[in-house]
Design a protein around this ligand. Structure first.
Ligand code: PPS
Length: 300
């Protein structure tokens, strides 16, 4: 049964029934973490797959073999997906897992555990654009409607996987409290892949020599991942992900929202962003990175 039309509501958040059921969601929030576990956490379309590739490569000291022979969902399964229970049993230590769940849902499960958590975030404007395009090709997601309609739902937090703002605030508010939590942004991975890999590898206590870092950078690049069927989702059947309507590795750019947003969209977004992230002490690197990227592109 494909369950394309089914939505599972869990803790007030909608999840696609194709990948989730109540049992798998419940299992995720009571998951017995081991201290050696590595958990990649993200809101969808924030650089999840990129981090899965990065962590695989770092764990293999830059050797691409695993990243070219094992699909990403098998090497770093989503805790909450219904097919993951068996996969998790097959993982060797340190186990690498992935989740889109909010801190509200998973925080208490992680409490007291030394599992290493990597939170990946991305400018929500680029996230909403990427998510909108993904809705067109993913047959297990509802019709996104027009971009304006989708944007409204994203800002209201009624899209699948819930509110970006709550997700971001929930996890980043733990940065002082959880010593085993690392925050990495899509923008950092884009601007400074070398530095991001070194930061992640030292957090994972897996220091690499320069050649190993360089190999990770190479196999983490957008062009390399776009051509790697173990990470580009072309292994998924077309009735689930319709590759004629788009590709998972779509643009891979910082600031692509500018090609989609009108001035009105931007004002609408900024108003909500300001309201929702009031009191949030995270420094946003988005605009600064965008400027540097634009500068880099016009000078190459
Ligand atoms: S998902 O479905 O939640 O797992 O999606 P996620 O992996 O979080 O996000 C997909 C977007 O990440 C882009 N991506 C990359 N960008 C740059 N470099 C690399 N190596 C890379 N890998 C994935 C992917 O293209 C999606 O973004 P958009 O903007 O749609 O291109």
């Amino acid at each position: 049964m494909s369950r394309f039309e089914v939505t599972e509501t869990f803790h007030g958040v909608a999840f696609p029934g194709h990948l989730h059921d109540q049992e798998s969601l419940q299992r995720a929030v009571t998951f017995p973490f081991q201290d050696t576990d590595i958990l990649i956490v993200s809101y969808p379309k924030s650089g999840t797959t990129w981090m899965q590739q990065m962590v695989t490569l770092i764990s293999n000291r830059g050797d691409p073999h695993v990243s070219q022979t094992v699909p990403n969902w098998a090497r770093a399964p989503w805790l909450e997906h219904h097919y993951s229970a068996e996969l998790v049993q097959t993982l060797s230590r340190p186990r690498v897992m992935t989740t889109h769940l909010s801190h509200d849902m998973l925080g208490h499960t992680l409490q007291g555990s030394k599992a290493k958590v990597i939170y990946v975030s991305r400018n929500p404007k680029d996230t909403v654009v990427s998510f909108y395009h993904f809705h067109k090709m993913a047959n297990f997601l509802p019709d996104g409607g027009s971009f304006q309609e989708f944007l409204n739902q994203f800002l209201e937090g009624t899209v699948q996987f819930g509110s970006w703002f709550d997700h971001f605030k929930g996890w980043t508010s733990q940065l002082g409290a959880m010593t085993n939590l690392l925050h990495v942004t899509y923008e950092e991975m884009s601007m400074n892949p070398h530095g991001a890999i070194k930061r992640v590898s030292s957090f994972l206590q897996c220091p690499l020599v320069e050649d190993e870092v360089n190999s990770c950078v190479r196999h983490c690049s957008f062009s390399s991942m776009k051509d790697n069927k173990m990470i580009n989702y072309t292994l998924v059947s077309h009735d689930i992900l319709d590759q004629s309507k788009g590709s998972f590795m779509r643009r891979g750019k910082v600031g692509d929202w500018r090609n989609m947003f009108t001035e009105e969209h931007n004002q609408q977004f900024d108003k909500v962003l300001l309201e929702k992230l009031k009191g949030c002490s995270i420094e946003f690197v988005w605009e600064e990175v965008e400027e540097k990227e634009t500068h880099r592109e016009t000078h190459h």
